[in-house]
Design a protein around this ligand. Sequence first.
Ligand SMILES: [Zn+2]
Ligand SMILES: [Zn+2]
Length: 296
Amino acid sequence: MDNEAKHRAGRNMIKARFHEYYRRNRENITPPKSMGQREFGFLLFVEGAMLRHKSFNQPSELGKFIEATVPSDIYYSAAYYMDPEAPMDRKGWTGSDLIFDIDADHIETECKRIHDKWRCDTCGASGGGKPPIICPKCKGQRFTETTWMCRECLEEAKNEASKLIDLLIRDFGMNHEEVNLNFSGHRGYHIHVESEIFKNLGSDERKEIVDYLTGVGLDLKLLNLSYPTDESDASGKLTSHDPGWRGRIARSVEEIVLRMDREPLGKLGLRREVIESIIEYRKNIGKDISEFIKDV
Ligand SMILES: [Zn+2]
Ligand SMILES: [Zn+2]
């Protein structure tokens, strides 16, 4: 059997397994909300062939189509349209989900130094982790990178995803049913928000949300975080129950302080009684910290 025939036989075998899977599970497909307003796309096993501009009103129609065409990948639009089957310029956009892509590639983890490698294209020098800007040996600037994704990388991506979900729920008032977390299939997670409130936002408003999430333009004065000049004015003091960024900053400070020992706490300039209160609190984790630390 030549290579081409082997390749074809392998593809047919995988396609048969997919077919079997679809046949058994077509009733279990959970379609996205408002499925009739979305465009669906299907990547077929025939090399690179993509079927687009499809729409379905019922999960059963979608199930039948999947079983008949046996695609390797299925996509649906984040956007909602008046006519999802029309050509792009005539679909009539009516809204979009909010989607966040958390990619472990972009998170600096210790393990990357072990499993990621670079090699200088000019002199062949190599090393672990991200490539340098210029090669330390020949000052070349072109590198070939080999990257990998390990359990630790994915765990970090998962932590970032859960921080984001926490923020969407606490600060934006989304509810759990509107926020879906999916493994992206390779390098991280997709957070998909299907909400009537966010559906009609334009691109400027979406950028504002990203700025809020990433802390761009965070103004400490507006958050009333400038140090109170008047000792009797307690309004600038943070508590972990404060809404938005104030509470988030407070919870992070708490987390950092609670991990510190007496000596570094002393270096922060805290009084002895305060340090002892923090140490005491550690033994009572779960209670409200303000019961222990009255006057930091
Ligand atoms: Zn080099
Ligand atoms: Zn890793």
